[in-house]
Ligand binder design. Structure first.
Ligand code: NAP
Length: 243
């Protein structure tokens, strides 16, 4: 019987753990601990960092982990590279549950930047009303462009926000196109800043931006180390059964 560790924190990880639990596969779901009250899961959960690749390798040995599925967000590059390293060290099979990046379609007006720093640079210029949909981790970077009015949508009420002009909406996805369209209209949004997360959970804002003819500043994904990449839950279950 496998003993699976799922590195989670995403809609995709939630879908995987549901199927794993239904099949009775022993598993643990790992959260980084970034949000105040993580969703309950149908398998035991653990919360918090492992202590780098070494800490994860130790965890694997101490808990008899047989397989790891890295279902973290495509921008969680540190965790993903730690997982690759720890799995090499401990000879543990690793697969990533990934989602294809979003691709612009007809009617989209996207400007691509390669990282957060690129997005901050691209925001130099006159004040605009910006829907900054990048999560709370990088807000400080955007303090370098304080002239804009920012709309922030965050999972938890933040303690401090380093942006002088902002509206904060505390809400947890997934979101609908209709709601995001209404939100942007209500806030007079002129530009959307988004990470290229892929998947369905956060896609609505892009469809809403297209419908409203709004430009999007799209932050491309960080490069990930080489690893087995699977794109749906069925593939992961098959990999688990055969690896
Ligand atoms: N980055 C995003 O835009 C984004 C969006 C939505 C959800 N998330 C989720 O939020 C979490 C953190 O993302 P991040 O971008 O801050 O990651 P990151 O920069 O790659 O990770 C930083 C550190 O956080 C710990 N960590 C990250 N994910 C973990 C997990 N699932 N379980 C245990 N420890 C974890 C690890 O600490 P140690 O080195 O101590 O092990 C890791 O080295 C992930 O679960 C990710 O799926 C991220």
């Amino acid at each position: 019987m496998p003993n699976l560790l799922i590195l989670g924190g995403t809609t995709e990880a939630n879908a995987l753990v549901k199927s794993v639990a239904e099949q009775g596969i022993p598993a643990t779901y790992s959260y980084a601990g970034r949000v105040d009250s993580p969703r309950p899961q149908p398998v035991p959960t653990r919360v918090g960092g492992f202590g780098g690749a070494e800490g994860l390798a130790r965890y694997i040995r101490e808990h008899g982990i047989s397989h790891i599925v890295d279902a973290t967000h495509p921008f969680a590059a540190q965790m993903s590279s730690n997982a690759v390293e720890a799995c090499i060290t401990t000879a543990t099979p690793l697969a990533a549950l990934t989602r294809p990046a979003w691709v612009a379609q007809q009617g989209d007006d996207w400007q691509h930047v390669s990282d957060i720093e690129g997005a901050v640079d691209a925001l130099s210029g006159p004040a605009r009303r910006v829907f900054l949909a990048v999560g709370r981790m990088h807000l400080l970077d955007f303090a370098a462009q304080p002239q804009h009015h920012y709309l922030l949508r965050l999972v938890d009420e933040p303690e401090t926000v380093p942006l002088p002009n902002r509206d904060i909406l505390v809400s947890r996805g997934p979101f609908t196109v209709e709601d995001d369209r209404a939100l942007m209209l209500r806030h007079g949004t002129q530009l959307v800043v988004s990470k290229n997360a892929g998947g369905t959970g956060a896609r609505a804002k892009l469809d809403a931006a297209r419908a409203l003819g709004l430009p999007v500043l799209m932050i491309d994904r960080p490069v990930m180390p080489q690893r087995t990449e699977l794109t749906n839950v069925a593939q992961v279950l098959d990999w688990l059964a055969h690896t």
